[in-house]
Structure formats: structure tokens, C-alpha cells
Design a protein around this ligand. Structure first.
Ligand SMILES: [Zn+2]
Length: 154
């Protein structure tokens, strides 16, 4: 048989700890004799209590330590070997190495000057070609004008 209504179930923790009154204790025992679900629950509670009773008794700490206490502050070598510090040091070293290996400003300036000179030379060539084409077009215009005026004179 199992519990009909969970609300009418006795307080098994109080029962196991012998905190129930005499009448309530007797009623609980009567329920326990007929209810397999509660029998199991009480067995588990007794097992838990037995296990707890095997633990060594320890004295309460007299002083509670806080994380902010000096005792918990890391030593200088603990800080140096902490992952955060190591990562920061690695990034700083990488920046320094990169700074010393990258090309100097003079090299950058020389490369820019060379590139600008190449582009300007190409522009000068293009300008010459355009001027020559403009001259040719002008000559053609003059020839066409001469032919036209010669045709009108006839
Ligand atoms: Zn029950």
C-alpha cells in the first residue's frame, strides 16, 4: 500500500529525529507499518542520519577569513606566473618586436616617392599622346576648312 493523499503524510524528518509528540509518533508508526512509500522514505532518512553520525566532529572555526584578507593576496611570483599577467607580457613583447622589425619611415618615404614618380611619368606620356592627337585633329580641321572654302569658291 502507498500514501492515499500526500497532505496526510506524517512529518518523517521530525519522526526520525524524535521530535513528534507521543500521539503523532504513534500515528506515524501505524502509517509506516502499512505504507511502503513512506517506509522507503524513512529508511532513506535513517541512512542519511547514520552516515552523518559517522563524520568526525570538528571544532567551529574561531575566525572567518575574507577573500580581501592579506593572507589570500598572491605573492609577486604568483602574479608573474598568473595567466593574465603572462598574456599581457606576451602582447607587450609582440608589440615591441613588431615595432623593431617593421620598415623605417625613410624606407616607406622612398617607396612612396618612387611610386609617385612612376605615376607622374605615365601621366606625362599620356599628356604627350593627347597633345599629339589634338594637333592632328587641328590639322584635319584646317584641311576640312580649306576643302570647304575651295568648294564654295567654285
Ligand atoms: Zn505513506
Amino acid at each position: 500500500m502507498s500514501c492515499v493523499s500526500p497532505e496526510s503524510k506524517p512529518d518523517w524528518k521530525a519522526y526520525v529525529l524524535r521530535e513528534l509528540g507521543q500521539d503523532a509518533h504513534r500515528q506515524a508508526e501505524a502509517h509506516l507499518a502499512t505504507c511502503s512509500t513512506c517506509h522507503e522514505e524513512v529508511a532513506t532518512l535513517r541512512l542519511t542520519l547514520d552516515t552523518l553520525s559517522t563524520l568526525r566532529e570538528e571544532e567551529m572555526p574561531r575566525r572567518i577569513a575574507f577573500v580581501s584578507d592579506k593572507v589570500f593576496e598572491p605573492r609577486w611570483w604568483q602574479r608573474v606566473f598568473s595567466p593574465t599577467f603572462a598574456a599581457g607580457a606576451l602582447v607587450a613583447a609582440a608589440i615591441l618586436v613588431h615595432g623593431s622589425l617593421r620598415p623605417g619611415q625613410a624606407q616607406v618615404d622612398a617607396a612612396v616617392t618612387k611610386a609617385v614618380a612612376q605615376v607622374e611619368a605615365r601621366h606625362a606620356e599620356d599628356a604627350q599622346i593627347i597633345r599629339a592627337m589634338a594637333d592632328m585633329i587641328e590639322q584635319r580641321d584646317k584641311q576640312v576648312a580649306n576643302i570647304y572654302s575651295a568648294t564654295l569658291r567654285r
